[in-house]
Write a protein that binds this ligand. Structure first.
Ligand SMILES: Nc1ncnc2c1ncn2[C@@H]1O[C@H](COP(=O)(O)OP(=O)(O)OP(=O)(O)O)[C@@H](O)[C@H]1O
Length: 300
């Protein structure tokens, strides 16, 4: 019987898992797996457990927010590529951007069924100055919008809630001077926002990044917004944000890349998969092509 390790963060997403844990265990074990269940006890505990024990399993399922998925992926990267078991993901965090992109259902029980029914698909992983990220590294204005928007407001207002939160930040926008080395070009300009992503959805909003996103094409999408030069530019930028078509605007530097080097005379604060990513003046971001396999029922 194939062996599955199920690692979960009991505190993630307001401890939502406690209502469905038995059902999830039933679904996974009736799915034909010899199941080991491991609740994480502290930050990086999931990482350490999977590093020490992961190679003994045929599948590693994990449940939690982006942080838990990130620890699981990070742990598998310590193994040789051919030894990395496929990952099943049951999202329980407050933001489910990456799960949406992977076609993983919102319901935790359905996500468990998706692991049983699905097949492993190769997926690229990002490396930011030696730190793993799964789907987005971002800096600047609006970076924290999706995380700062109150859940109650999101439930009632949906997309509008993000816009209201974003509007509040317009006056705080600070341009950041950057030198960007990408695809053989050197770009020097001031930017108010930037993200390097491998997802179709950021902050719960679809279509922000544009078309042709491939999760295992070895390329991430770079979307950097230049400093608005005048009020018209700013208005265009806000319109673009509202209509989720920022990549069409001239203020946006947009391309696909497998590696980008960025320098700034000032420290830039980054967010990696929704978690604080530290302050940096030199940033090297690289794509590790098809570094892990994620189980889903849809083609990615
Ligand atoms: N038992 C635990 N107690 C405290 N922290 C934990 C525990 N288990 C895991 N963690 C850490 O908590 C952090 C957040 O975890 P996770 O991303 O799973 O949940 P979340 O914050 O609710 O999700 P999201 O960020 O998507 O809303 C991670 O860094 C993880 O390592």
């Amino acid at each position: 019987m194939p062996k599955m390790l199920f690692v979960f963060n009991p505190n993630s997403g307001k401890a939502r898992i406690k209502y469905v844990l038995l059902d999830i265990i039933k679904i996974l074990s009736r799915g034909g797996y010899d199941l080991t269940v491991y609740p994480t006890k502290a930050p990086r505990d999931g990482y350490k457990y999977v590093v020490s024990n992961g190679a003994a399993y045929d599948v590693i399922a994990c449940s939690g927010g982006d942080g838990t998925l990130n620890e699981t992926v990070d742990a598998l990267l310590t193994m040789e590529p051919q030894d990395r078991p496929p990952i099943g993901y049951i999202p329980s965090g407050s933001t489910n951007d990456f799960a949406n992109t992977l076609g993983i259902p919102k319901s935790m029980k359905d996500a468990a069924r998706c692991i049983v029914k699905g097949t492993p698909h190769p997926c690229d992983v990002g490396d930011f100055n030696g730190r793993t990220f799964n789907y987005v590294a971002a800096f600047g204005a609006f970076t924290d919008v999706s995380y700062a928007t109150p859940q109650d407001m999101k439930n009632v207002l949906g997309h509008q809630a993000y816009l209201i939160e974003a509007m509040k930040r317009v006056t705080d926008i600070r341009p950041i001077p950057l030198t960007i080395h990408v695809n053989g070009n050197i770009i020097r300009d001031e930017f108010i926002y930037g993200m390097i992503s491998n997802t179709t959805s950021v902050g719960g909003m679809k279509n922000l990044i544009g078309t042709g996103v491939g999760l295992n094409d070895g390329l991430f999408e770079l979307t950097f917004i230049r400093k608005p030069k005048n009020p018209i530019d700013l208005q265009q930028l806000l319109n673009g944000f509202m209509t989720q078509s920022m990549q069409d605007k001239t203020q946006v530097l947009s391309c696909k890349c497998s590696r980008v080097e960025i320098e700034s005379p000032q420290e830039v604060e980054w967010v990696l998969d929704g978690e604080y990513g530290g302050k940096h003046t030199k940033m090297v971001i690289e794509v590790k092509r098809s570094a892990v396999r994620l189980i889903t029922t849809q083609d990615i």
